[in-house]
Structures are given as C-alpha cells and as structure tokens.
Write a protein that binds this ligand. Structure first.
Ligand SMILES: O=C(O)[C@H]1O[C@H](OP(=O)(O)OP(=O)(O)OC[C@H]2O[C@@H](n3ccc(=O)[nH]c3=O)[C@H](O)[C@@H]2O)[C@H](O)[C@@H](O)[C@@H]1O
Length: 439
C-alpha cells in the first residue's frame, strides 16, 4: 500500500526526515522517481530563466542609458511618451506665464505650490523621488491630485544629474522651485546621511544643472527657521546670526544658504531662500507633531509633549500652508533674472533670503488643546523635559522684509488653520475609507 500523504513526504519540513519516518521500499522508489522527474524539470526551468535574464540584460544595455529609468507609471524617462507628458505639463496658458520645475512636487509644500502655479496658468513640471520617509501613499495621492490638473511629476532623484539634464533638454525652465529635501529635525539623529544626501549633495546637483542651463532659471528654494538655532534674540530677523544650529537638519539648511550664495556669486544664478516656520495644514507631513498628535488622539494613543527647562512650554510660529504658498509664488514672481548662461556669469544677480512665518508663536500644549476641541476627544498627554534631540524651545519670525519686498501677509491663525487641517484629515483618512468620523 502506498503511503497516504506522499506529497507531504516529498516536501519534508526537516531535510532527511523522509528517510527516517517512511522507509518502506515502495515509497522510496516512488520518491526517487518523483524527485528525479522534478529535478529534471527544475533544471530546465532554471535554464529557461537564465536564458530569459540574459536576453533581457542584453536588450537593456543596447538601449540608451537614460531610458533605463522609469517613472511611477512606468513611463520610460527620456522616452517619447515621457517627453510628451513633460511638454504638456510645462505648457503655459497665461500671458507672461512662467515654466517652473518644482522639486519635491509630491511633498507637502511642493504639491500645494505646483497646484497654485498651474491654476493660474503657469507651466509646471514636478520631480520627486517618492521616498518612504513617511507613508508614500500620501505622496501618491498628491500625485493623483496634481495629475488631475495636468501636472506631471517625474519620479526621479535630484541627485540624478541625467534626469535633470533630460528635463532641461525638453523644457527651458524659467524658474526652479526647489522644495525637495530631507525634512524633520529629530530624524537627523537616526539617519544623518539622508540629510547630507538630499539637502547638500542633491542641492549641488540641482544647482550644477541650473548654472549650466541656457537660459539659466531663477531658483527659489526652501531654507528653514531652524537656521536661527540657539539664538535667544526674538523675533528672528534675516540679518541675525545663523552660526549655532541645534540639529544636523539645521546645519544642512545653513550649508544650503552658503552653497546657493556661491552659485549666485560665481555663475550669476538668481537665488531666493525662504526660511519656512513650521508649516502645517491639509495634505501635511505625517511626521510633524500636529499631524501625528491628530492620529494618536483619534486612536486613543498617548502623545508625548516636550517641555523646556524650568517647565517652560515650547512654542512655534506655526504657519499655514496657504500663506506659505502665497509667499513662494510672490518669491517666484519677484525673483529677477539669472544673468549667466552655459556656466558663465554675465553680471550680478539677485541673492535674497526671507522669513516666511506667522509672527504669532503658539505653545505646543495650546496646539494640542485646539486639536482636542476639533477632534472632540481628549489627548492622553505624557509631558517630558525636552531631550537634546535638535529641538529649539521657541521660534518667532520677523516678517517685515518679506512684507515689504514680497507683499507677504499671513492671514490664517493656528485655530483656523488647524480646523481646516482636521476637516481635511477626517475627509481623507476616515470618510474616504468608510470609517466613522468620530469615535
Ligand atoms: O520651521 C522649521 O524650519 C521646521 O519646522 C518643523 O520642525 P518643528 O518646528 O520641530 O515641527 P514639529 O516636529 O512638528 O514639532 C513642533 C513642536 O512640537 C514638539 N513635539 C514634537 C514631537 C513630539 O512628539 N512632541 C512634541 O512636543 C516639538 O518639540 C516642537 O516644539 C519641520 O518638521 C521641519 O522640517 C521644518 O524645517
């Protein structure tokens, strides 16, 4: 009689188990025969796989190197379809409109700025590496939103000079809105190299492309309020010292300001650096406190609130996204031209730095109580003394320079802005997924 569960014996969980447990001849013969047949089949499959892999690799090497990249929707970068999408996205539909390359276009600020520019008739092309620093599905959703407004986002890294060169081959960008960066203050202790990679190496790769382009674009880019570091003089003004950063993140942004200055000085690139102050709002970054607190409060999880020395509450000059977008667009509009071309400077070009804040610092516990109100749920608060993790106790922007030169005037206070954020959060995460709005 053959053993009943032969299949199980042929795939023993412990190698050799079959011999010990089932040693009758019939089983051995059948096993040997089956094993032999399956080994031959497997061998043939392996041969086939090797042949397929070899032919795939040979096709790939014969194709232009730039076409090896593929975009998120598997569009071949540099291919005809890709080029058509880039051109269509860069189409200007208003008199004296700009064509803008937005880096970090699937990010929080990038997606908002890209959409605002497109809506008023500028040509916009995005580039983003869709990394997983936070949930990439949120970035994909932002991409879908932009796509529905005919803004195409190329999936590529700003460190990839070939992708940037391809983009500039296809479109003579008048402006670059550079928002791609490794954000977050505390994460720099976990992954320091990602800050150097994006905020320094990536910035230089992008500037190299901009300086060589003919015509050169004007560059507007995101610096950070964190460059004021351990300063105690408030509010922070652009002319204040920025030589005592409290985090590696801040240090890379400060380095970015120095690097952009050299490209302005040597190559005549028009540069505007915007020091953003804790930007928040709909479609925001889940790593930021207001966002992660919202998630935790909703789920009944405890939140950790940092407190300064002597039990002083930490405070931030929280700035609403719509105000930031207006500041970015005004900076682009007023940027002035780069003077060089093909890597040669032909005269001095503007170099500007502005604070984009709200000028109304709010403490973290007050921010939490606003969230509690809008979520209709109490937070489980765990208050701890601020760790030496790169945080600064207080930020407060002096925005008079941006007010004067950009016409920047923030209009949204934290209560109004957080209410809008919670409304978006509920519609995006809860209503869209069929879950109850409030617990
Ligand atoms: O203004 C800026 O330049 C920076 O603003 C934010 O940095 P931060 O102000 O630290 O924003 P959050 O991480 O949202 O923290 C806000 C406040 O909440 C506090 N916090 C954060 C996290 C937490 O678990 N508990 C807590 O009390 C922080 O100490 C801080 O005072 C952004 O995350 C940076 O990318 C940006 O560059």
């Amino acid at each position: 009689m053959p053993p009943l569960d032969l299949e199980e014996d042929l795939f023993p969980s412990t190698p050799g188990k079959i011999k010990i447990e089932r040693a009758n001849n019939y089983a051995m013969n059948r096993s040997f025969h089956r094993c032999f047949t399956s080994t031959t089949t497997m061998f043939l499959w392996v041969l086939l796989l090797i042949a397929l892999t070899a032919s795939y690799l040979s096709i790939q090497t014969s194709v232009d190197s730039a076409t090896r990249y593929t975009s998120g929707d598997r569009t071949v970068i540099g291919g005809r379809h890709w080029e058509k999408q880039v051109r269509s996205s860069a189409q200007i539909s208003r008199f004296h409109g700009m064509s803008v390359l937005v880096t970090g276009a699937a990010g929080f600020v990038g997606s908002h700025v890209a959409l605002a520019l497109k809506k008023r008739g500028d040509g916009v092309v995005g580039v983003d590496n869709f990394n997983n620093y936070y949930d990439p599905s949120l970035k994909n959703a932002r991409r879908d939103l932009l796509q529905s407004h005919n803004v195409f986002i190329v999936e590529g890294d700003i460190n990839d000079a070939r992708v940037l060169a391809k983009l500039f081959d296809v479109v003579a960008f008048t402006h670059v809105m550079h928002l791609a960066a490794q954000a977050g203050v505390r994460y720099a202790m976990e992954n320091p190299h990602s800050y150097v990679n994006s905020n320094i190496a990536g910035l230089v790769t992008l500037l190299e492309q901009c300086k060589s382009a003919d015509p050169q674009p004007a560059v507007v880019w995101a610096s950070s309020s964190s460059v004021y570091g351990l300063n105690e003089k408030t509010p922070f003004s652009e002319s204040d010292r920025t030589d005592q950063p409290a985090s590696l993140y801040a240090a890379t942004k400060k380095a970015g300001e120095a690097i952009t200055h050299t490209y302005n000085h040597i190559y005549g690139l028009s540069i505007t650096g915007l020091r953003f102050f804790t930007v928040y709002g709909p479609w925001g970054r889940p790593d930021m406190a207001y966002f992660s607190f919202t998630q935790d409060i909703r789920q009944g999880k405890p939140i950790t609130i940092y407190r300064g020395k002597n039990r002083v509450d930490l405070a931030r000059d929280f700035t609403y996204i719509d105000d930031i977008v207006k500041g970015c667009v005004a900076a682009l509009d007023s940027s002035g031209k780069s003077t060089g071309s093909g890597g040669k400077k032909r005269g001095p070009a503007p170099y500007r730095i502005y604070n984009l804040g709200n000028t109304a610092p709010v403490t973290v516990p007050t921010m939490v109580s606003l969230l509690e109100k809008y979520l209709k749920k109490k937070a489980r608060k765990h208050v701890v003394t601020m760790l030496g993790n790169g945080d600064v106790p207080f930020t407060h922007a002096n925005i008079s320079l941006a007010q004067r030169e950009l016409g920047y005037k923030p209009t949204t206070d934290l209560a109004t802005g957080l209410k809008k954020f919670v409304r978006w959060y509920v519609s995006y995460y809860i209503e869209d997924h069929g879950m109850p709005v409030y617990d």
